[in-house]
Structures are given as C-alpha cells and as structure tokens.
Design a protein around this ligand. Structure first.
Ligand SMILES: C=CC1=C(C)c2cc3[nH]c(cc4nc(cc5[nH]c(cc1n2)c(C)c5CCC(=O)O)C(CCC(=O)O)=C4C)c(C)c3C=C
Ligand SMILES: [Fe+2]
Ligand SMILES: [Fe+2]
Length: 361
C-alpha cells in the first residue's frame, strides 16, 4: 500500500501548532435524501449501535432508513438557518473565534480547523487542512465535555483511520473530556446567571444530557457519572438547594432502556408536583443543534406547557459566547504547554532560507 505523501510540508517550514475542533456532524440539507445519507453513516458506526452487525444492517436498511429520514428532515427544517445547520454554524463560529484567542495567548501562529465525525466537513478534511498549513503538532479537541465511547472514542477511530494513510505523522494529542474543568463549570455558571438575570429564577433547573443505552453504562462507559459530576459542580457553584435542580437524559432512540430519568417524562410530570417554572440547560452540547433547539426548546416545551406548566425556558448552549471561547483557549493552552515552549524559530523559515541563498551562503 502507498502512504500519502505530505506535499504541505517541506523541511524548511516551521512546525506550527494546529488545533482540530471536532463535533458530531449534521446533514448537508434539511431534506430526506441528505438526512438518509447522514443517518446511514452515523448509525453504521459500531461505537453508536453495539449489536451484531448482520442483525443491525437488516434493521437499519430494512426499517430505520426507510421510515426515519422524512420525519427527521422535517425537524431539521424547523431549526435550519440561512447559513446552514445550527450545529455546523456554531462549531464554525467557535473555530473562527478560537484562532485569534490562541494566537494572542501563544504569541505565535496557530491554525484552527474544524471537522465533523459524520458528514461534512470530515475529520480527514480538517486534518488535511492543518497539514497544508504546516501544522506538525496537532491537538484534537472533541467538543464533547463528557467522555463516551459513542462520541469521543468514535472520533479517535476516525482520526486514526485518516492518519493510517499518512506517511509523516504529526505529533498528536487528543483530549478526551473536560466535564469537571473549572473553566467549563464557570462558563456554565456565568451563562445560567446571566440568563436568570433576564428570565428570573425557576423553581427547578433541569440539566438535560443526551442519553445512551443503559447497557453501555453497565459495560463501563463513564459518561453517566461525568454528566452527574458536571451538574453537581454547577449546582454547588451556584449554591442551589438540592430540590432546585435535577439531571435528566434526552434523545432516546430505539426500544431498549436508556439512561434515566428521561427528560420528556420528567417535564410531563413536574407540573403535577407543583413545578410551574422550569429552566432547561443541556451542558453536554457545546453547540446548539437539533437536539436542543427542536427537541428541548420546541417538543419538550410543549410537553411541559400541555401538562400544566406555565413558564418554560431553554438556556442556550455555550456556543461562541466569549467565556466559552476563553475557556477553550485556556484548555488548549494547558494541553499544548510543551509545544509552546519549543521555539518554532528552531526551524528555518522559507524567508530565512531565501535570504541565505540570496547572500550566497
Ligand atoms: C442511536 C444511538 C445514539 C447514540 C448512542 C447517541 C449518542 C450521542 N449523541 C450525541 C450528540 C448528538 N446526537 C445528535 C443527533 C442524533 N443522535 C442520534 C442517535 C444516537 N446518539 C440520532 C439518530 C441523531 C440524529 C437525529 C435523529 O435521527 O433523531 C446530535 C444533533 C446533530 C445535529 O445535526 O444537530 C448531537 C449533537 C451525544 C453527545 C451522544 C452521547 C453521549
Ligand atoms: Fe422566560
Ligand atoms: Fe445522538
């Protein structure tokens, strides 16, 4: 087999630092065809659905990809923006804002690229963008605060698949979680406090995280515990009473039991317990997306109000809020310390080389 060469590199280029921000991915358009292509790639990932392949292939292609795409495309259409899918739009904004923040911090050029685990732009495209920019030290930062094999490890699989084809590997570091990082917890507290200054204090603050089959927790996935720790740290920092907050899990898929309690069941039950004003935050989503804007802010809002609730607020994701970008820059800085101290001036730049040649040296 032939390994891909590295036309982006020559030996005289400085060893830049490159950051690859990654997220889950989203369809290219809010229509059935694009959603089917996206779901076919997403749901074929063995990290997402752990089931004998032959059986899953029959269910996926025989049932799910025939029934689900039109329904899900309709949901996407309800949150689609002029500039595209919210998940992609916000992740792109994060990458664009992070680059100057990091250059300011490091006082040296840094390239930030963005890639999606499923769909476009792919993780391979992001890695190749960094390579073309001369980045020989690459930090991969999946925007998943809580580790799960379904998301974080799956991102690693795709990074490894691409790097398997490279001849000259970069120095590589991949973050796997930041669920209890003080900067992340503080960014969440700031966004909650600012939101509450405008919307008031609810009777209950719900921390709603994307769910997983309970089987994955029992098999050792730390995701459930990390979600609980994130919520507890935020509640502690905000000084919330025990009955003023709760952790729930959303976005169930399929028939087996997922992590409990379920967000939708909880919101339907809360008015009966005398809770008329809730606020929901989804701290596991670094960027707003279908699962927050449609599932929480539309579907679950309706469940709560129909059950007798009076006031429902969704607190937006951290997205490109300044405190989020500052935190991400600090996080990257903490994990690239050694790289920052390796002077890139050690490598001879093109300009220096040209000068030397010009001077006949
Ligand atoms: C089928 C199993 C699924 C697992 C396990 C799962 C885990 C998981 N997902 C996210 C984050 C996101 N998921 C999103 C959408 C989405 N998730 C699943 C299924 C599983 N997710 C599906 C089928 C879909 C697509 C929509 C649908 O058909 O209902 C999204 C939003 C994407 C977007 O385009 O906006 C995110 C983000 C996490 C964090 C996670 C495990 C921890
Ligand atoms: Fe409100
Ligand atoms: Fe999901």
């Amino acid at each position: 087999m032939a390994f891909k060469g590295s036309p982006g590199f020559t030996h005289d280029q400085p060893d830049q630092i490159g950051i690859l921000l990654t997220n889950l991915g989203t369809p290219d358009a809010p229509d059935s065809g694009a959603v089917r292509r996206y779901l076919a790639e997403f749901l074929a990932d063995p990290r997402i659905v752990e089931m004998p392949r032959w059986l899953w292939r029959i269910i996926l292609h025989g049932v799910i990809l025939r029934i689900r795409p039109p329904k899900v495309a309709h949901a996407y259409a309800s949150v689609w923006r002029e500039d595209g899918s919210p998940l992609l739009v916000y992740t792109r904004k994060q990458a664009r804002a992070l680059q100057p923040a990091l250059e300011n911090l490091f006082q040296q050029p840094v390239t930030v690229a963005m890639g999606m685990r499923y769909g476009t732009p792919s993780l391979a495209a992001g890695l190749n963008e960094l390579k073309a920019a001369g980045a020989r030290r690459i930090l991969v930062l999946p925007l998943y605060p809580q580790y799960s094999a379904t998301t974080t490890a799956s991102t690693f699989d795709a990074i490894a698949d691409e790097l398997k084809t490279w001849r000259w590997l970069p120095e590589l570091h991949m973050l796997t979680q930041y669920h209890d990082h003080p900067g992340y917890i503080s960014a969440l507290c700031t966004t909650i406090e600012q939101f509450q200054q405008q919307h008031g204090i609810p009777q209950k603050l719900l921390f709603s995280f994307h769910g997983l089959p309970k089987r994955y927790l029992l098999a050792g996935d730390p995701y459930f515990c990390q979600c609980h720790k994130t919520a507890r740290l935020v509640a502690e920092q905000l000084g919330l009473a025990d009955d003023a907050w709760q952790v729930t899990f959303q976005s169930r898929f399929g028939r087996e039991e997922w992590l409990q309690p379920y967000t939708d069941f909880t919101l339907k039950a809360l008015p009966g317990e005398g809770i008329r004003h809730v606020q929901v935050i989804s701290p596991g989503f670094a960027s707003d997306c279908l699962e927050t804007l449609e599932e929480i802010d539309m579907q679950n809002r309706e469940f709560f109000l129909k059950a007798g609730g009076e006031h429902f607020d969704y607190i937006p994701a951290l997205n490109d809020r300044p405190e989020h970008i500052r935190f991400l820059a600090d996080l990257v800085s903490e994990h690239t310390g050694a790289w920052q101290s390796v002077p890139i001036a050690d490598a001879v730049t093109r300009e220096q080389l040209a000068k030397k040649e010009g001077a006949g040296q």
